[in-house]
Design a protein around this ligand. Structure first.
Ligand code: ZN
Length: 367
């Protein structure tokens, strides 16, 4: 199955009243459109990403193509569909750059429903009493029946392409094309935070929330075992004893993340009495936790680590460990700090019979 993500960023945003177009304004530490783009990339769902814009953007990524938009939204969308018509994509996702707060989970959910449908569209209900102004009078609508539709919306490419080819009228989203032509749309629950940034005051809704977590771990050193720290093998006279590979750095990071999310601890997630986790590499324990973070709009913005041991010397392996952590956690190297701490030859650690580690992580929720 091949999927294409179309990001519509050609709007003029008249209601936004700003010199900088709203899709390029700084929002939660980056240009607004980048939120959607980064999530599309991180989801790993897409073979190609098309950005439709009338502005100059330079991005270095082979998967991304930038094309010029039309005057109206539906024209930009038509142009993008035309651009990819010979690329044989099965599915296409269309998203408005003005909605930066959706989660990767939503993308995955949409994709799942697309297996059995030709159009899948997220919606939310409203808490307001709703009325509809007819030509003659204002009528009351049943609130529970009112659906506010959002993007990303996803479609079987061929079906959408054919509908968009015959359409000549102004439609505000692709779901309308399906409904106007009596074609079925599967509506699924959307996300409250996935608002459309229209006015300047919308920027202040759903501010970034920051969470902190702390983790600590210690393992005994034993002969005839390999030493793993931060996901890599380190040459040493002993390795760390444990149910898994005993990687104290990864274990304290896992606990720090679970702490920030208030999800108990590593022992609850990976009980040591369970055989299936015996000798498991800690990398494997970390992976689902990182995906869970990203899928739910949490992003790590700082990680500080104290590795407490007499030897090996941290300075010798610092860069290697940081590179490994950066890869495993898909975060920038610049937000990781690793400190080495000796204990003046005191106690178990001082006699090189154990290694301990503490980690503190700071995590932003971007919705
Ligand atoms: Zn441990």
């Amino acid at each position: 199955m091949s999927n294409c993500f179309i990001l519509l960023a050609a709007g003029k945003g008249k209601r936004f009243k700003s010199k900088t177009l709203k899709q390029f304004i700084n929002y939660k530490n980056k240009p607004l459109f980048m939120h959607s783009l980064d999530k599309a990339i991180k989801s790993n769902l897409f073979n190609e990403i098309i950005i439709v814009t009338n502005n100059k953007i330079k991005l270095r990524n082979n998967k991304i193509k930038i094309i010029k938009g039309g005057k109206e939204r539906y024209q930009s969308s038509q142009k993008a569909l035309e651009f990819i018509k010979n690329k044989k994509f099965n599915n296409v996702f269309i998203h408005d750059a003005a909605r930066p707060n959706f989660s990767i989970n939503l993308l995955k959910k949409l994709k799942k429903y697309l297996n059995k449908n030709k159009a899948v569209v997220p919606y939310i209900n409203t808490d307001n009493s709703t009325k509809y102004a007819n030509k003659k009078k204002v009528v009351n609508l049943k609130r529970e029946k009112v659906m506010l539709t959002q993007t990303p919306q996803c479609f079987n490419f061929k079906t959408l392409y054919n509908l968009s080819k015959i359409n000549k009228t102004l439609v505000t989203d692709e779901a309308t094309l399906f409904l106007n032509n009596n074609k079925k749309v599967k509506f699924i629950k959307g996300e409250e935070a996935n608002i459309k940034i229209t006015k300047k005051s919308d920027l202040k809704k759903y501010p970034i929330k920051t969470f902190y977590g702390i983790g600590f771990d210690i393992h005994r050193l034993i002969k005839n075992k390999k030493l793993y720290l931060g996901g890599i093998k380190i040459p040493f006279h002993s390795g760390l004893k444990g149910h898994s590979d005993g990687d104290v750095i990864l274990h304290s990071i896992i606990d720090a993340i679970l702490g920030a999310l208030r999800k108990k601890d590593i022992g609850t997630l990976y009980p040591s009495n369970k055989n299936k986790f015996k000798n498991i590499r800690s990398k494997k324990m970390l992976k689902p936790i990182i995906s869970d973070l990203e899928n739910n709009n949490f992003f790590i913005n700082n990680l500080d680590i104290n590795l407490i041991c007499e030897r090996p010397k941290v300075s010798k392996y610092r860069n290697k460990i940081i590179n490994s952590l950066s890869k495993l956690m898909s975060i920038d190297k610049n937000i990781i700090n690793l400190k080495g701490k000796t204990v003046e030859k005191l106690g178990l650690i001082g006699k090189e019979n154990a290694i301990a580690c503490e980690a503190i992580v700071s995590i932003n929720k971007y919705e």
